[in-house]
Design a protein. Sequence first.
Length: 320
Amino acid sequence: MNVFITKNIPQAGIVLLQEKGINLTINPTENILSREEFIKICKENDVLLNVGANNLDEDFFQQCPNLKGIALFSVGFDVVHMPSANSRKIPVGNTPDVLSRATSDIAFLLMQSVARKSSYNHKKIINGEWGSFNALENLGQELYGKTLGIFGLGRIGFEMAKKCKAAFGMNIIYHNRSHNESAECELDATFVDFETLLAQSDVLSIHSNYTEENNELFNKNTFAKMKRNAIFINTARGKFHNEDDLFYALSNNIIWGAGLDVTNPEPMLPNNPLLSLPNCCILPHIGSATSEARNAMAICAAQNIIAVFEGKEMPFAVNF
Ligand code: DGY
């Protein structure tokens, strides 16, 4: 069986695949392949290990009729047009659980960085703007006893809620497709409707799978319904928020601050106006970027591929 890996992954996954005698083609360049090159190589392979944001749409599936499986090096599967995979009975697998702690760590870090203006103050030192002590300057806000609102309380949201509860005794509210019994029992989390989530959250953190229904759900209208002291955190997908509206909300004190690990598009250009704001902290999509998480993701992805090789169900399938 031939597998195309679109970018290098940790050795732990490569070794597992090689031990099974699976032929690997690893994209040797760090550059993103053109669509034509990408499809050309996919056509020559049985399984794709997709690392990054290649768009696996209906056209892709039409052009690669011999594909037997797709392993994603991510928990999110928004790059795959699932109806196209499903209609062709192509299994798609992701890397759940193993990155939940690392990704929620970044959400937690962004929340604190925004609340205490840490990245803004770091930039001030670099710019030679560290002046004398001023009791009225650099005032952040404390998070003790505040309300954390989670949009999409799954595995990552649960980890974020757990940390916020333990560190700051935060009150947890959440909006989800269904009730999360463990969060309600263990964290005393309360299920609320979306409007209540907007109105009551001091920190609103997105931990949902991205779908088109949620495209730019966080926009001028929804930011206007949030508290003036609210901190907006997005570590899920950039397409959840409208960037111009976020800029407007942040620069007009509609909300207090924002922490983003995801942008739209990625990479964000260095002249993006959000980068100039003192109340916005932005990271380059590093949620799962720890050695522990990335090794474990490589192993999950390899296990999904090996399942296709052995004619079994993928252990981390998102469809079959
Ligand atoms: C994920 O696993 O979905 C991360 O966002 C990396 O893409």
